[in-house]
Design a protein around this ligand. Structure first.
Ligand code: FAD
Ligand code: SIN
Length: 506
């Protein structure tokens, strides 16, 4: 039973960097739907280190592309990398014109930081380590100025509506619990990643894989689902999400030490603390699994400069009763970013007519098996705008009004707690056939316990099963996907899946 029908030329689901970028580039009557309050929620406001872009003297898109490919472990889509690195500078300049204020030196020149895998200082940051909040502030203010974009926040997108295989709309639950039927021929998924599938994550409460699950139920082609990035340094505390301790600290010289104060990364990789993220994350996982502890020591490298350079980390440490100016911080890996997602072309087009996907819910292939630090804000910016061009060129006729299914949102905290624990233990940083097989069985069982209802819990169950199945099926190690029973790299094919059959289609 529908309480309200809203007609729109296009509906964007998600108000993070990707959704905002698309909204700022689309003409026509656009609705931006977000389950969070506008300007908050998702991963974008929490982004710390910054946005990677080849704007510094002596840098170039080619050098940026080279680093992106080196970290991506052999399966990046080269065309997507070229788009990202070549179009990045113009998009970031545009963002600055829209009002984003990045940190500058006393002479007014942009300051560039360093993170793992980058061959040079290339990361723009804002207010030290509060880059995402500044980008969100500037972009949401710009969207608010646009007459053609209506923002429907605190509105939960439940499912896509299809008519003869193409998008005919969207069903959502509004702030008052009312069912809303968005009648539109163009839906842009910008719902972010899947971090909440894991008990240990840096991702905020909204990041529950809704877009991935919606696309899967609609039969869209999905790809690279086994590639989940774990950040090496989240603060060990009672907080969920775990506060991120930005990689920019290691870029500024902070070191990782064990419980004896021994610096261990130098013996593991020539780049030590600035080795690719998967290498550092696994080293930390192994240390913790062996009963040890990992600490990030920034007392020498940053010390008294914390309030100015890393205020977000300082505040998070203080909330946990710690002072990073004088104490090493206890850290653990945590699920952080999803390289996989809805398979898209260079303009965000999915395999379903009328459906686009951008930002973390999409898999452009730019990141390969392991994302280079600070490349995802840039990806949302660049591909959000490109998808808007494609939507604008598609000249889609208005949809027929299709029947809207009854929506019953399920909530099952204990099932979700177990799901997150299974994902962390068996579909986490180090995987093997026995653990993955057992995870798949348990996740299927947990999914059955949720029945036919919709909503975050159901979406998490579906997304978790998809990730576990893909991880089980990739019998090699590559980038963030590490199989202790198949440690070698041997198959550089990207694997795509179509629901509901989950057969490999490429
Ligand atoms: P998000 O910003 O996650 O936004 C998703 C949006 O979708 C939200 O508005 C949410 O409310 C909405 N939504 C989701 N489901 C629904 C639904 N069913 N109905 C309605 N709305 C829905 N990357 C970098 O490049 N540099 C960094 O420094 C950096 N630091 C990071 C720090 C942290 C702590 C984290 C967690 C991530 C960081 N990343 C960083 C990654 C980066 O922030 C994200 O990949 C990026 O912001 C994702 O943007 P997005 O627009 O795709 O999704
Ligand atoms: C960080 O600041 O360490 C996170 C950067 C990223 O995820 O790209």
């Amino acid at each position: 039973m529908t309480d309200r029908v809203v007609h729109a030329d296009a509906v964007i689901i998600g108000g993070g960097v990707a959704g905002l970028s698309a909204a700022l580039s689309l003409a026509g009557d656009v609705v931006l739907v977000s389950k969070a309050k506008f300007g908050t929620g998702g991963s974008t406001p929490s982004a710390q280190g910054g946005i990677a872009v080849a704007l510094a003297d002596g840098d170039s898109p080619e050098l940026h592309a080279r680093d992106t490919l080196a970290v991506g472990a052999g399966i990046n889509d080269h065309a997507a990398v070229d788009v990202l690195t070549n179009e990045g500078p113009a998009r970031v300049r545009q963002l600055i014109m829209q009002g984003a204020q990045f940190d500058r030196d006393a002479a007014g020149r942009l300051q560039f930081g360093r993170e793992a895998g980058h061959g040079r200082d290339r990361i723009l940051h804002a207010n030290g380590d509060a880059t995402g909040a500044e980008i969100m502030r500037a972009m949401s203010a710009a969207v608010s100025q646009r007459d053609n974009v209506a923002v429907h926040d605190s509105t939960y997108a439940v499912d896509l509506l299809l008519d003869r295989g193409r998008v005919a709309g969207l069903v959502a639950i509004g702030p008052g619990g009312e069912t809303i039927h968005y009648a539109t021929s163009a839906v842009v998924l910008a719902t972010g990643g899947i971090g909440r599938l894991y008990s240990h994550t840096t991702n905020s409460l909204e990041v529950t894989g809704d877009g991935l699950a919606m696309a899967a139920r609609a039969g869209a082609r999905l790809i690279d689902l086994e590639f989940v990035q774990f950040h090496p340094t989240a603060l060990v505390s009672e907080l969920d999400p775990m506060p991120l301790i930005t990689e920019a600290l290691r870029g500024a010289g902070a070191i990782l030490v064990d419980q004896q104060g021994h610096r261990y990364m130098a013996a593991i990789h020539p780049d030590a603390e600035l080795a690719p993220r998967d290498v550092v994350a696994r080293a930390n996982w192994e240390l913790l699994e062996a009963g040890g502890a990992a600490y990030l020591d920034a007392t020498q490298a940053v010390g008294d400069a914390f309030p100015e350079r890393f205020p977000t980390v300082l505040a998070a440490a203080r909330r946990a009763g710690l002072d990073p100016r004088t104490q090493p911080l206890p850290v653990s890996p945590a699920a952080h970013y999803f390289m996989g997602g809805v398979d898209v072309d260079g303009f965000g087009r999915t395999s379903i007519s009328g459906l686009w996907a951008i930002g973390e819910v999409s898999a452009t292939g730019a990141h390969g098996a392991n994302r280079l630090a600070s490349n995802s804000l840039l990806e949302g910016l660049v591909f959000g705008a490109r998808a808007a061009t494609s939507v604008g060129c598609s000249l889609l006729p208005p949809p027929a009004l299709v029947a809207v299914p009854t929506v019953e949102l399920v909530s099952a905290p204990s099932v979700i707690a177990e799901l997150r624990s299974v994902m962390w233990q068996q579909v986490g940083l180090i995987r093997d056939a026995v653990g993955l097989a057992s995870a798949v069985v348990r996740l299927e069982d947990l999914g059955r316990q949720l029945g036919d209802g919709s909503g975050e819990a159901a979406n998490m169950a579906l997304a978790a099963r998809l990730v576990a199945l893909a991880a089980r099926d990739r019998t090699e190690s590559r980038g963030a996907h590490y199989r202790s029973d198949h440690p070698e790299m041997k198959d550089a094919t990207r694997r795509a899946y179509s629901q509901p059959t989950l057969v490999t289609v490429a």
